[in-house]
Design a protein around this ligand. Structure first.
Ligand SMILES: Cc1cc2nc3c(=O)[nH]c(=O)nc-3n(C[C@H](O)[C@H](O)[C@H](O)COP(=O)(O)O)c2cc1C
Length: 343
């Protein structure tokens, strides 16, 4: 691993943001959700025609550059061989998301990602609203320090020549789309994702797509070459197309919508009970074999409800799954459930 030096690396991957033409689909970065396991599940349930750009969970640049802390955060960059195989086969792009406040640490982390990992791009988190994070001046708090935000973008760009994107909101305490987004449009970033809420709103209320539309107008005037994705409350490919038509965004990033429908990227498929149980088994197996106890079982339990709905006996099955502690117990619960099904 190289952490020294200040030059951009020799990574020659082409700039997929600049070269992308059609509608862009993106699966949002989500902590404790979009690890290598879930990303692979989303691809396996999706259709190659609609595969999204995959974002990692956010990685702390402070943690990464800390001599001891690194071991605690590095798992966020883990990519299983089985995910990588799929990604390569279908030319899916993967983006590592990073956060922090120190441009030098962004530079070092970006350099590592470019030199040592298969990620195709880097995304800077300027949107997370969580109190413990904004207290440090990071993520959405950078909206209040636009000069530092620009320094961070420059340092990250200098640390690697991977395509660079920024994910942000339309304001901190109040809506400041014009000033803030104009600042980012004048930066070295190749793409922006705009979540149509301010920090203060967290995830409450409806995302303001009119402000996202305003960001598109600014982009058209200031930097037409920069891609702009909208984010907030979208639950399907159909709705994404509607947003593209109505607001002029180049693409749509979906977060929580994937919990309502993990087949979101396979819009012509109507999953039945067997599909759901197979998906649940796949997810639990990948989780157990990938993390081997490194991550608690409680994390995967949050996913069980996305596969146990809209079939007879689903609520009872779900509550039994909530008492499991490992893959073997999940297998037993599933086997008992199937044995009780009418032949
Ligand atoms: C469980 C969870 C974890 C999240 N973690 C991150 C994260 O690591 N980085 C980030 O930029 N946004 C994160 N977000 C925000 C989402 O990426 C997205 O911007 C937000 O959920 C709004 O989109 P949606 O309405 O499609 O869910 C997270 C959201 C959720 C629900």
């Amino acid at each position: 691993m190289t952490m020294e030096g200040t030059d951009a690396t020799n990574n020659t991957s082409s700039n997929f943001w600049k070269s992308s033409t059609g509608p862009i689909w993106a699966l949002a970065p989500m902590e404790d959700v979009t690890d290598t396991v879930f990303r692979e599940v989303v691809l396996r349930l999706g259709h190659p025609d609609h595969y999204p750009i995959l974002f990692s969970e956010f990685l702390s640049t402070d943690g990464f550059c800390h001599p001891v802390g690194q071991t605690k955060v590095i798992h966020r960059l883990k990519i299983n061989e089985s995910e990588l195989e799929l990604v390569k086969k279908h030319d899916v792009k993967m983006v590592a998301q990073i956060w922090g406040t120190d441009p030098e640490k962004f530079h070092k982390t970006a350099r590592y990602i470019a030199e040592e990992t298969p990620f195709d791009g880097i995304d800077i988190n300027m949107g997370c609203p969580m109190k413990n994070i904004i207290r440090k001046g990071a993520c959405s708090a950078l909206i209040n320090t636009p000069g530092l935000a620009r320094e961070i973008i420059t340092a990250t760009k200098e640390g690697s020549n991977l395509p660079l994107s920024v994910k942000t909101r339309i304001g901190f305490k109040s809506v400041v789309t014009e000033g803030w987004i104009s600042n980012l449009l004048a930066s070295e970033a190749d793409a922006l994702t705009v979540h149509g809420r301010i920090q203060k709103r967290m995830s409450d209320g409806e995302a303001d797509w009119n402000e996202i539309g305003k960001a598109v107008q600014l982009r058209n005037q200031i930097n037409p070459g920069m891609k702009l994705l909208g984010n907030g409350d979208v639950k399907s490919i159909e709705e994404s197309m509607q947003k593209i038509n109505d607001y002029g965004v180049d693409g749509v990033m979906v977060g929580r919508g994937i919990f309502g429908n993990p087949w979101l990227y396979n819009p012509d498929h109507e999953p039945g009970m067997q599909d759901k149980l197979d998906a649940l088994r796949l997810h639990a197996t990948l989780y157990a074999t990938t993390w081997k106890g490194e991550k608690p079982w409680s994390i995967i339990k949050r996913f069980f409800k996305i596969y146990t709905n809209s079939f007879n006996g689903a609520p009872a099955l779900r509550s039994q799954l909530m008492y499991t502690h490992n893959l073997e117990e999940v297998e037993t619960v599933l086997a008992n459930f199937l044995a009780e099904q009418p032949k």
